[in-house]
Write a protein that binds this ligand. Sequence first.
Ligand code: NAD
Length: 290
Amino acid sequence: MAKIGFIGLGHMGLPMAINLVKAGHEVQGFDLQAKALAEFKEAGGFPIKGLSGFDKRGCMITMLQTGEQVKKVCIEKKLFQQMQAGALFIDCSSIDVPTTQFIQAEAKKLSLQIVDAPVSGGVAGASAASLTFMVGGEEEAFSEAKKILETMGKKVIHAGQGGSGQAAKICNNMILGVTMIAVSEAFLLADKLGLSAQKLHEVVSNSSGQCWVMNSYVPVPDVLPNVPANNQFKPGFTAAMMLKDLNLSQSSAKSVGLETSMAAKAALLYQHFVDKGHAEVDFSGIRLVD
Ligand code: NAD
């Protein structure tokens, strides 16, 4: 069993780290929130007080919000310098490609193995160990990472060289943001036309409009179990995080001179939603929360 250090025990990181514990790994964990550390300890993990407490020999995993946070932990706080040469670093956060490539270059200077491995599947997938991992990095590092990632997910895909995992995630969430708005507006229209939410779901989830939002993450209450809409849109995946990802799609598109008009509009709508004070509302509240 491996020695693993896990940084970022939030909505996603905590259930992911707990699945590593359940699989019998020796898992150290760190987060800025005392509550997260307490829950991690209760589940059998070893909380530590600061980055210097991690075992140097272990594999390190980060599940943070942004590229700035990952850079801060790895470079400014010198996590990489503490790790033993040859050790594996896996970043599961959803961040931009240039920051990922910068971090990977810094890791390689210290002879670390490194992959970017963002995830899809949400908190439910993190809890059920059924995430999809999209991984960027060299073959050898991918093979090492796969053994660990399989404990937390059902599908581990080698997307290509360093940064390819993030490229895949950015494209995936561009689709997710756009479809969340489209599906939400379909529910609003159905209601005005006198069609129940249950019937719309039954029809579309078996028709050509089906998609992950309609089939698994319906944004109206009491159609599917265990979705944020049933719980006053408590996240889940916050609107702020979706806005971050849509903005990543726009900066990526701009960097290659591409116009992505639907995602540009979705980014504007999420920006308005966040500006209205809904940053911490689940992203599925976009058209249903005033
Ligand atoms: P979160 O805010 O719930 O968790 C991030 C955690 O990192 C927090 O607990 C925070 O305290 C901690 N943190 C921040 N800076 C730190 C530091 N310097 N040292 C230690 N801990 C620090 O976010 P989340 O929803 O778990 O998302 C994490 C990443 O996963 C994001 O990039 C997000 O886009 C992505 N993601 C989220 C979901 C989802 O459904 N929530 C799904 C797929 C991908």
